[in-house]
Ligand binder design. Sequence first.
Ligand code: NAG
Ligand code: NAG
Ligand code: NAG
Ligand code: NAG
Ligand code: NAG
Ligand code: NAG
Ligand code: NAG
Ligand code: NAG
Ligand code: NAG
Ligand code: NAG
Ligand code: NAG
Ligand code: NAG
Length: 321
Amino acid sequence: MMRATFTFTLSTVLLFFSALGEGSSASSRILPSVTEFFEVLQDNLTEVTWEHAVNSQAALKEALNSSDIMMIEADIVLGYLEGNSTFQLPVMAHPPSNTSDLSFEDFLNQVIQNKAHGIKLDFKSLEAFNASCTILQSRRENMTFPVWLNADILDGPVNSSLIGEPVDATKFLQLAVTHLPNATLSLGWKTRYGTDYNITDGSYSEANVEEMIKTISNVSLPITYPMRAGLVANSLSAIEKLLNESANGTTLTVWSSAGDSVDNETLSDVIKKIGVSRVYVDVPDELWGRLDLKSSPSSGIKIGAVAFGTLLAAFLFAKFF
Ligand SMILES: *[C@@H]1O[C@H](CO)[C@@H](O)[C@H](O)[C@H]1NC(C)=O
Ligand SMILES: *[C@@H]1O[C@H](CO)[C@@H](O)[C@H](O)[C@H]1NC(C)=O
Ligand SMILES: *[C@@H]1O[C@H](CO)[C@@H](O)[C@H](O)[C@H]1NC(C)=O
Ligand SMILES: *[C@@H]1O[C@H](CO)[C@@H](O)[C@H](O)[C@H]1NC(C)=O
Ligand SMILES: *[C@@H]1O[C@H](CO)[C@@H](O)[C@H](O)[C@H]1NC(C)=O
Ligand SMILES: *[C@@H]1O[C@H](CO)[C@@H](O)[C@H](O)[C@H]1NC(C)=O
Ligand SMILES: *[C@@H]1O[C@H](CO)[C@@H](O)[C@H](O)[C@H]1NC(C)=O
Ligand SMILES: *[C@@H]1O[C@H](CO)[C@@H](O)[C@H](O)[C@H]1NC(C)=O
Ligand SMILES: *[C@@H]1O[C@H](CO)[C@@H](O)[C@H](O)[C@H]1NC(C)=O
Ligand SMILES: *[C@@H]1O[C@H](CO)[C@@H](O)[C@H](O)[C@H]1NC(C)=O
Ligand SMILES: *[C@@H]1O[C@H](CO)[C@@H](O)[C@H](O)[C@H]1NC(C)=O
Ligand SMILES: *[C@@H]1O[C@H](CO)[C@@H](O)[C@H](O)[C@H]1NC(C)=O
């Protein structure tokens, strides 16, 4: 999962960081934001490169070794290390799997050693997060890279309550704020969509958005909302409402599962309307290759025309009344 065009710029920033060496402020700041850490980013978050589901020793070695990858996404369950079904601990795995050759603690230690990547930690249950909190807290001073704590904390489309409960929102937020202040929270809705359920159509509703806004009203940590690509394409007005009622700096992270039905034209359009400065895109290569996120000159002209029309109307209004 690499975006070839990025190679040069990221190597440049890595060289920059290694030239700064230990103790420099840019590389030793605790829990920086993605844009603070990857200084190469200008105003386009879709340039951030991702490796998804980094849930094994081999996948982690490969991701850490790749200068083409900025953010590492990985899943945490309360489970077992392979070959030991008696001792339960947080491990890197995606349900229904509950075993791994990589514990969460080992994962975090390797990322800390490496120092060059940010992480998005997708906690699959409150128990998994709770059991990971002391590990996170004890290493806080060593996390000189972006750390996102992700969970699906609300029911969502399409009738997701049919497939299980979200992570308890209040408890998740309490634990996060207590153990890792200044991490970024990635707060999402459960989704029932895609090949697992043979669902190809749906959207985030106003009610979904209103529930989220209410839920995060007392949270002061930075937030990104993970939203599923196929649903995002149908949800522009709900997303605009969500971002308008969230703190400045709040972002969206568009994700997708392999095989999801996604209208690439509409999705490209929605991302550009929200603005590439507010949207991370963590989707399979197949979908990434079908998106067009270049700013279209025509939209600039349209905005210009609207602005001119408004001015003209104001002028006429003033003149005739
Ligand atoms: C990746 O590994 C190769 C050898 O295994 C090494 O030469 C290279 O420097 C590594 N790259 C990074 C970015 O760590
Ligand atoms: C499982 O892991 C625990 C904790 O590390 C250890 O005490 C126990 O001996 C291990 N059991 C087996 C069968 O390896
Ligand atoms: C782990 O997964 C296995 C296989 O699906 C299942 O039999 C077992 O009950 C699971 N254990 C826990 C604690 O969830
Ligand atoms: C949370 O973790 C603590 C230990 O860190 C444990 O004592 C407690 O029982 C756990 N609570 C839940 C709900 O898992
Ligand atoms: C973690 O941070 C402490 C204190 O800043 C430092 O002494 C230690 O070497 C760091 N460990 C790693 C693995 O970076
Ligand atoms: C969702 O649930 C409502 C109420 O139970 C039902 O009317 C609706 O048809 C369901 N929609 C889907 C897509 O399953
Ligand atoms: C969080 O970050 C702010 C500013 O970035 C800083 O003032 C504050 O001390 C940090 N809090 C913790 C607990 O590190
Ligand atoms: C999926 O849904 C379509 C139409 O809704 C139906 O034609 C098809 O048979 C379904 N496939 C499966 C595997 O359920
Ligand atoms: C936010 O905090 C206020 C005051 O502490 C409290 O009354 C309210 O219930 C909280 N709201 C949420 C959604 O937690
Ligand atoms: C967000 O930023 C805009 C422009 O920079 C500013 O006018 C507005 O007051 C800010 N809103 C909040 C809630 O901080
Ligand atoms: C959407 O995908 C189709 C092929 O699946 C492609 O022809 C089209 O150019 C894509 N649209 C954009 C905006 O990239
Ligand atoms: C943003 O970055 C993407 C990915 O590199 C690129 O395709 C797109 O043209 C950029 N858009 C703008 C407006 O800079």
